[in-house]
Design a protein around this ligand. Structure first.
Ligand code: TZP
Ligand code: MG
Length: 211
C-alpha cells in the first residue's frame, strides 16, 4: 500500500518554465496548501528530468507532499520519487507497479468508458480525468468534460479521482461538486503572480464547493 496521499490540490509543473522558476513556484505553492506535486516535462531527456526531479525532491523534503514524475518510471525510481503518473500510451500501470513496488503512488490518465472499465485498482492509486475545461497548456487534451462529463466519469470506477485541465479559482468550486477528490492545475499556479496566495484561494474554493 502506498503512503497516504491527499489529492485536494495537485500542482503539475509547467513544462514551458525553467526548473529554477518551477522550484520557486513549487515552494510557494506548497506553503499555500498544495498537497501533491507532479514533475511534467514531456520534451526533457532522462538526465535533465532526473536533475529536475532531485531539485523538486529537495524542495519537498520534510513537507509530507509527495513527488510524482510524469511518464518516466525509470526517472521516478532513480530520483526516489514517491510515484509516477502514466498516460494511456505510456507503460501500463501494472508495469509501473511491478517496477516501483507496492509503496509507490501510481496515477493514470483515463477518460473514455473503455479506459475507465480497464482500470486495475491493484495497480492504480488514483485516476486523472480531463480536461475539465478548455486548456492551452496541453495541445492534445481533447474536449472539455465539464461538470456532467466529470460526474459521469467519476461513477465509472471506484478508484480515487482528480480532475485536470482548465481549472481556475473561478470553476474550482464547480469541480468539487462532481465527486472528484481534488483538482490538478498547471497555469493557475505557474502563471500566478503570487503562487502561495493562489494555492490558498484554489484550495479554499474547492473545499467550499465540496461542502
Ligand atoms: N493533462 C490534461 S489537461 C493538462 C494536462 C497535463 C494541462 C492542464 O493545464 P492547465 O494550465 O491547468 O489547464
Ligand atoms: Mg504521459
Amino acid at each position: 500500500m502506498p503512503v497516504p496521499f491527499d489529492l485536494t490540490l495537485y500542482f503539475v509543473t509547467d513544462h514551458r518554465q525553467p526548473i529554477e522558476q518551477t522550484v520557486d513556484i513549487t515552494r510557494a505553492a506548497v506553503a499555500g496548501g498544495v498537497t501533491m506535486v507532479q514533475l511534467r516535462k514531456p520534451e526533457a531527456h532522462g538526465r535533465q528530468l532526473l536533475e529536475e526531479a532531485l531539485a523538486l525532491k529537495a524542495v519537498l523534503a520534510g513537507t509530507g507532499v509527495p513527488l510524482i514524475v510524469n511518464d518516466r518510471i525509470d526517472v521516478a525510481h532513480a530520483a526516489g520519487a514517491d510515484g509516477v503518473h502514466v498516460g494511456q500510451s505510456d507503460l501500463p500501470a501494472a508495469a509501473a507497479r511491478a517496477i516501483l513496488g507496492p509503496d509507490a503512488i501510481i496515477g493514470l490518465s483515463s477518460v473514455t468508458p473503455e479506459e475507465m472499465a480497464a482500470i486495475d485498482p491493484a495497480a492504480v492509486d488514483y485516476v486523472g480525468i480531463g480536461p475539465f475545461a478548455a486548456t492551452t497548456t496541453k495541445g492534445d487534451a481533447g474536449d472539455a468534460l465539464a461538470i456532467e462529463g466529470t460526474r459521469h466519469a467519476c461513477r465509472l470506477s471506484p478508484v480515487r479521482m482528480v480532475a485536470i485541465g482548465g481549472i481556475t479559482e473561478t470553476n474550482a468550486a464547480d469541480v468539487a461538486t462532481t465527486g472528484v477528490e481534488g483538482i490538478s492545475v498547471v497555469s493557475a499556479l505557474s502563471e500566478a503572480s503570487d503562487p502561495r496566495a493562489a494555492a490558498h484561494r484554489l484550495r479554499a474554493a474547492f473545499e467550499t464547493g465540496r461542502g
